[in-house]
Unconditional design. Sequence first.
Length: 214
Amino acid sequence: MDCRQLLIDAGLRMINASLTVETWGNISFRDISTGNIYITPSGMDYVACRCDDILVYKLDGAKLEGERKPSIELDLHLSIMRSRPEINAVIHTHPVYSMVFACLKQNIPLIMDEAAQSLGEEIRVAEYALPGSPELAANCVAALGENGYACLLQSHGAVCIGESMKAAFRTAKVLELTAQIYHMCRQIGEPVPISKENIAVMRDYFRNKYGQGK
Ligand SMILES: [Zn+2]
């Protein structure tokens, strides 16, 4: 599928799944055949967005195509793509339950098997920095680390990544579900995190053996 259309569809999916509201959030995708990064424009209604509104950048930040202003978080997306070469899709969301923990500046432990399989590591909260700043990009890369697939941005939102757009959306859905269940658990007790050893086993199984044909 055309990379521009992939981003248009992803924007609609993000809105329809209540992973953000209005024009907040942003999405990028790396075309592995060229290495170019496609990103959503700044502050545009996802329903109104067309292929011509998508911008294209080189990994070093040089603009290749697009008339619109890019997402304010361009630097954050490019920084993740540079630090994690295996990652080809980045979704920045503002979902309710994840935001609760982002605002409390509390990490979310991996308390469910789905979370251990697809989120990779405990969900860390990146240190606060202003939206669009180079500091926020650096803090986000640090919070994701070498193996994490999601992190929270303090008082702001979430960042979910994957080898494909499909994988990044799975991360986004599982993160919000984990945040919701963690929140509910804490109303009546203290949930028990899964051990590091079992997280490693499940993560490996999910990445390398789960599903048909592996
Ligand atoms: Zn945001």
